[in-house]
Design a protein around this ligand. Structure first.
Ligand code: F6P
Length: 546
């Protein structure tokens, strides 16, 4: 096996095959292969994934699957599930899949049965959740908790914030709030909305060293102590979620009020660890178990389904196809579900922090593009904003459309039409128009003035994947997240990169601290190394009277 993916036989075969697909339209593909709408569909758990409107032939799929085999995607996957240290640059196992194994399972990693640890923490979270929800855990002044504020950022925020929004209808616990940004506006907006006597702060940070989180947590603690008039109040209003017991103690939170996770859980893969505590508080332990069960169903599918019926494998390979053979560089993720409003933001961290890498696992420069810009907004809002470019712009942007058969609640229009039906009709219409467009002849045939025909032609031939699930529940949400986790994994395995480190964010953090000294110093700072930063710091200091 070559250690350069672009030098493999399958890569060469795909490159030779690409011009044929490039020259063929989706209209032609559906005419030549009328069954593709039935056949190019894969079921993973409750998810029905239709990838027939992608620019692939059955031969393309075979070649992509050969590529996966040739570069050893299956071995990489098995190594991840087995707890090998596949995060090479940090020498760590990557075991978010262990977070959703049943208590009866066992998985030894570095001599420890990690499943026992996982369930010990889940049980502790469950007891704490029950106490809060039942009003047995009281605030310092003896009142039950009505509001939970999660303070965290990145993976310690996006996951629980996205999930709490998505499962709004299952929410029967305290209200949840999320503070992440070091911009004081974020914290203040939340503090203005809650009562210190009935608020619990969950300080969520894997490392417990993150500047934003610790700054917000310290400010929240001052606010609480000022309001309740006693340092002792902290113990009834602050809990921590972290891997770093020492730093949690240093902050002043007793480790008996700490929920632990482990260095083999990456931040962007942590919503199903104790980082999901605010989710559990909102929907209860049983709902959280159902959420974990959703992940587990897709883990099982990913680990066992043959590659040609393996949804994460197929979707990951489609990404590679578009990224490396069509130069697509980005992907729109478009949930037709308002409750999934934060899903794309969540996936941005998952995908872009995982696969935005320029060196292979052994540190050599990569020989092809990696990663994509993921972006999107819920439908139908996006249709009235950026879909114009998707339909008639010069770029090809592969898109994922996500929809649910049954809403939690529906509303009927005045003439009795289900608004949910309207939503799904829009989803289907968009995928159809993107794929098949409208030709100049068809436009002219509608009597459009000749000078307008060019403006109204819809080029079509724009790929999309449709992911349908019966209903947005904790279980299907867990399935959706795991589907994306594993396809990001497959992309990274093909590109031979370390999808589990994030060194690229470190330098900015360090420079911010250095610049803080320059911005806040009493005396003007010396040269900062470049004339732009010098001038910007000078301007900022001037504006703020320094
Ligand atoms: O800055 C990137 C990052 O390290 C993410 O990977 C992580 O999810 C986030 O910061 C927060 O880190 P922590 O949970 O350690 O506060």
């Amino acid at each position: 096996m070559s250690d350069d993916v672009t030098a493999t036989e399958s890569w060469h075969a795909l490159a030779a095959h690409q011009p044929h697909v490039f020259a063929t339209t989706l209209r032609e593909l559906f005419t030549l292969d009328p069954e593709r709408g039935h056949d190019l569909v894969v079921q993973a758990g409750d998810l029905r994934i239709d990838y027939s409107k992608n620019r692939v032939t059955r031969q393309t799929l075979e070649l992509l699957l050969s590529l996966a085999r040739e570069v050893g995607v299956e071995d990489r996957r098995d190594a991840m599930f087995a707890g090998e240290h596949i995060n090479t640059s940090e020498d760590r196992a990557v075991l978010h899949t262990a977070l959703r194994l049943p208590a009866s399972a066992s998985l030894l990693v570095d001599g420890e049965n990690v499943v026992a640890d996982v369930h010990r923490v889940l049980d502790a979270m469950g007891r704490f959740t029950d106490d809060i929800r039942a009003g047995r855990w009281l605030g310092f002044t003896g009142k039950p908790i009505t509001d939970v504020v999660n303070i965290g950022i990145g993976g310690s925020d996006l996951g629980p914030a996205m999930v709490c929004g998505a499962l709004r209808d299952f929410h029967d616990g305290p209200r949840t709030h999320f503070v992440s940004n070091v911009d004081p506006a974020d914290l203040l907006a939340t503090l203005d909305a809650v009562n210190p006597a009935t608020t619990l702060f969950v300080v969520s940070s894997k490392t417990f060293t993150t500047l934003e989180t610790l700054s917000n947590a310290r400010a929240a603690r001052r606010w609480l102590v000022d309001a309740l008039g006693d340092d002792e109040a902290v113990a009834r209003h602050f809990v921590a979620v972290s891997t770093n017991a020492e730093a949690v103690t240093g902050f002043g939170i007793d480790t008996s009020n700490m929920f632990e996770f482990w260095d083999w859980v990456g931040g962007r893969y942590s919503v199903d660890s104790a980082i999901g505590l605010s989710v559990m508080l909102a929907i209860g332990k049983a709902g959280f178990d159902e959420f974990l069960g959703g992940f587990a169903a897709i883990d099982e599918h990913f680990a066992t389904a043959p590659l040609e019926r393996n949804a994460p494998v197929l979707l990951g390979l489609l990404s590679v196809w578009y990224d490396n053979f069509f130069d697509a560089g980005n992907r729109a993720v478009l949930p037709y579900s308002n409750d999934l409003a934060r899903f794309t933001a969540y996936l941005q961290q998952l995908s872009m922090e995982s696969n935005g890498k320029s060196v292979t696992r052994d540190g050599r420069p990569v020989s092809c593009d990696t990663g994509q810009v993921w972006w999107g907004e819920p439908g139908t809002n996006g249709q009235h904003a950026f879909f114009q470019l998707l339909h008639q712009g010069t770029r090809m942007i592969p898109a994922d459309f996500i929809g649910f058969a049954e809403p939690f609640r529906d509303v009927l229009t005045e003439n009795g039409t289900s608004m949910h039906d309207l939503l799904i009709a829009n989803l289907l219409a968009q995928t159809k128009v993107l794929a098949f467009g409208k030709t100049a002849e068809e436009v002219a045939g509608e009597g459009v003035a000749p000078e307008l025909v060019g403006h109204k032609v819809m080029p079509g031939n724009r790929p999309s994947t449709t992911i349908f699930a019966p209903k947005l529940t904790p279980g299907t949400l867990g399935q959706l997240i795991a589907l994306y986790e594993h396809q990001v994994f497959v992309e990274g395995a093909v590109w031979d990169i370390d999808s589990f480190d994030q060194w690229g964010v470190e330098l900015g953090k360090k420079q911010a601290l250095e610049l803080l000294d320059s911005i806040a110093a009493a005396d003007p700072p010396g040269p900062l190394g470049d004339s732009s930063t010098d001038a910007l710091v000078h301007w900022y200091r001037g504006q703020t009277g320094r």
